[in-house]
Ligand binder design. Structure first.
Ligand code: PLP
Length: 401
């Protein structure tokens, strides 16, 4: 029977990263996987995280007992407050509940399972393009209709707002609309506040369900409140909605799988039955979540001094990305690389959708040992002061040839 199993297609981002690892070139650069790198091209354990880990290691009162099925409550509550703001009317009105999940991916999966199995939704829309996993998560959770809404305008290298609004207007009632809370992956282009208001108008009128995927809070602008504007706005408008949070990027806790699923309800009486259904879904899936990342994030979010220190770390990361954006644009413009490059600095967050084609990406990998996705998406954090000239020259060469 096992020999009947067919080879599944590779997941591009991991395949490209492997090509980088396998490359023996001294000049190799990895611009594919979405993880922060220092200016030395190294992973960064945030100093505040290191400090809390040392405190945890020295704390003999801690043990390895199971967490509750829905996770560490001090973590989930603080995470929801971080997303909505502690004075948000949904929070002060007790209309928010939150559960710890296996990072952002796990939060999306639990959300999709809940929406599909409990509320019988079967249609989900994601932006075109989107983070590659959205489609797979919803498919594996049993959604039978998964469709894109227009988002990226390749010509103008910006948001196709009219296309987005038209597609949302035509979506059937009770469709789940996956929205990137900020720092859209892969394009780095977010709607403006005025545009978000119009998106909310259409979704309200058409009875569409907002699911905000917040994987980069703090990474877009360096400010947690700015980056949560759209989520807070939708919650203020009175939507019943969900939001998933990842602490992979903003805490650098990628492999600890720490995330949160936040639910905003209209009627507080819904919360107890909802939590009971979420409990069943998690129990039958992974039973209960891991603790290490939850303890770290909980301590940081619940301690004002640690919280300030962490915000400083976020500013360090987002600031370095902004510097690399400026540097890359300047170099391409100086080289006279054909086309316009202002989108590199206009886009926000970890990624830039460069406009490079699959053939150009291949050229850059083959000739310069710089590895990026075939969509032309690059992780800005892979660029350092040491390799930025090499990257600019490679892009220039690919565009000129
Ligand atoms: N959503 C988006 C848009 C992402 O880019 C990512 C990570 O790349 C995630 C969710 C989830 O990541 P994780 O499961 O590591 O939290």
């Amino acid at each position: 029977r096992f020999c009947e199993v067919q080879q599944a297609p590779p997941i591009e981002v991991f395949a490209v990263s492997k090509a980088f690892t396998d490359s023996t070139s001294e000049k190799k650069v990895n611009l594919s996987v979405g993880a922060y790198r220092t200016d030395e091209g190294k992973p960064w354990v945030l100093p505040v995280v290191r400090k809390v880990e040392q405190e945890l290691a020295a704390d003999n009162t801690l043990n390895h007992e199971y967490l509750p099925i829905l996770g560490l409550e001090t973590f989930a509550t603080a995470a929801a407050k971080m997303l909505l703001g502690s004075t948000h009317p949904a929070i002060t009105g007790g209309r928010v509940t939150a559960v710890q999940t296996l990072s952002g991916t796990g939060g999306l999966r639990v959300a999709a399972e809940f929406l599909g199995r409990v509320l019988k939704y079967n249609t989900a829309y994601h932006s075109a393009p989107t983070w590659g996993n959205h489609n797979l998560i919803f498919k594996q959770a049993g959604f039978t209709n998964i469709a894109p809404y227009r988002y990226w305008d390749g010509e103008k290298r910006g948001l196709n707002f009219d296309g987005m609004i038209e597609d949302l207007s035509n979506a059937p009632e009770n469709s789940v609309i996956i929205l990137h809370a900020c720092a859209h992956n892969p394009t780095g282009v977010d709607p403006t506040q005025e545009q978000w208001k119009k998106i909310a108008d259409v979704m309200e009128k058409k009875k569409l369900f907002p699911l905000f995927d917040s994987a980069y809070q703090g990474f877009a602008s360096g400010d947690l409140d700015n980056d949560a504007w759209a989520v807070r706005y939708f919650a203020e408008r009175g939507f019943e909605m969900m939001g998933t949070q990842s602490f992979s990027k903003n805490f650098g806790l990628y492999n600890e799988r720490i995330g949160n699923l936040m639910v905003v309800v209209k009627d507080t009486a819904c919360i107890t039955p909802m939590r009971s259904q979420l409990t069943l879904l998690v129990r039958g899936s992974y039973s209960n979540p891991p603790c290490h990342g939850a303890r770290i994030v909980s301590r940081v979010l619940n301690d004002p001094a640690l919280f300030e220190e962490w915000k400083g770390c976020i500013r360090t990361m987002s600031g370095r990305i902004i510097e690399m954006r400026k540097g890359l644009r300047e170099r391409l413009e100086k080289l006279g690389t054909p086309g316009t490059w202002d989108h590199i600095t206009a886009q926000i967050g970890m990624f830039s959708f460069t406009g490079l084609t699959a053939a150009q990406a291949k050229h850059i990998a083959d000739k310069y040992h710089i590895f990026l996705l075939s969509s032309g998406r690059i992780n800005m954090c892979g660029i350092t002061t040491g390799n930025i000239d090499h990257v600019a020259e490679a892009i220039n060469d690919a565009v000129c040839n």
